[in-house]
Design a binder for this molecule. Sequence first.
Ligand SMILES: Cc1ncc(COP(=O)(O)O)c(C=O)c1O
Length: 379
Amino acid sequence: MNPQSSVAQPQIQKKFHNNRVLNFYAGPGALPLPVLERVHAELFNFKGTGMSVMELSHRSQEIQDIIDDSAERIKRLMSLDDQFEIIFLQGGGSLQFLMVPMNFSQPGEEIDYIDTGYWAGKAIRAAQSLGRDLKIIASSSDCNYTYVPDLNQIHPRPGAKFIHLCSNNTVVGTQFHSFPAFTIPVVADMSSDFMSKPIDVSNLSVIYAHAQKNVGLAGTTIVLIRREMLTKIYDNLPEFLDYRTHIKSKSNYHTPPCFSIYITWQILRWIEEDIGGLKQLEKINEKKASLLYNFIDATPLFHCAIAPASRSQMNVVFTLPNESLEKQFIYETSQAGIIGVAGHRIRGGCRASLYNGVTLEAVETLIEFMDEFAKQHSF
Ligand SMILES: Cc1ncc(COP(=O)(O)O)c(C=O)c1O
C-alpha cells in the first residue's frame, strides 16, 4: 500500500551490503552475516563429508557432535555448572507451554503463573487446558501490559509446583531484568531474550527458548533443566513428552531438526569466537536499545508507552500520533530497505526487534531514518 505521501520521502536509500535489507522482524528475524557466510561456504560439503548438513544422517557422528558441542557452548557461555541438562527439542515455545506443566505437575495440582500479556497468556491457556489448579499470582493487565510486575512483591502459593513467567514479552515489548529467589521453582520462557546477555540463573530451575529470535532458526527449542527438577517429573507421561527421554538420548530420540540445530551451533560459535561472549554481546545489545529508546523519548513524533524499568532490550515498541502516519512510516521504511517495523497485529503501532543478528549500524540507520521522518512530519 502506498499512502501517497504529500511530503518528500526521507532520502535514505537502499545502500546495504549485497542488496540485503535491514531486518527488524520480531522472529524469525535477522541472522548474523558472518554466520550466513560460513553456512554458505560449507553448504555443499560439510567438514569433508561430501554432503551438506541437511543430507547427513541424524545418527552420524557429525550431527551428534554438533548437538553435544552446542550444549557445551551454551554451558560455557552462560557459565552453567553441571547442574543443568540441556536439550534441543521441536514444537517451538508453544509445545513447552504444555510440556512444562505436564512434566512438573499433575491434574488438580497448584501451579502459579505471572501474566505479562500475549505470550504469557498463551502459556496460561495451554496449562489451563490440562486441568491444573492454575493461579495468576501477578498481572500487568491493569495497565494494558505496559510494565512487568515487581517480582519482589509476589507471593507464590507454598504448595504450588512452580512459577511460570515470560522473561521478555516479544509482542508488548516488556522484559524482566532480574530474577529474585522464590521458595518454589521458577520456569522462564526466554524465547525472545535467550543468549542476548549473561543472566544469573541461580534462581531459575527451567529455561526454555525457541531458537528463531537470537540463536537460530525455527525448528529447534532449547530447554535447560536443573538436575534436581528431574526427580519431580511424573512417571505416567507419554515417552515423547517426558524431558528425561530426550536427556537420555542426547536430543536424538527421534529425528532432530539437524539443520536448525546446526545454525544454532554456528551462532553459538559466533557469540563465543567472534563477539567474545555474552558480556560483549550484552554491551552491543544495550547500546542498540538505549540509542533507540533515547531517540524515541527525545522525539515528540514517537512515543514508547512501556514503563522505562520494564522496557525490553529486544523488542522496542512505539507509536506515532495516528494510525495513518504509522502506516506511512512503515511503508516508507520498507521503501528504504528497513523491514519489519510494523507492530504485532493485536497491538498495532510499530516495533523494532533488536536481536543478536541486528547490527549497531542497522539501528543507527533506522534512527537516522526516523529522525528525517520526524523532521518532515513535525507539527
Ligand atoms: C516469548 C515467546 N514465547 C513463545 C512463543 C511461541 O513460540 P513458537 O512460535 O516457537 O511456538 C513466542 C513466539 O514468538 C514468543 O515470542
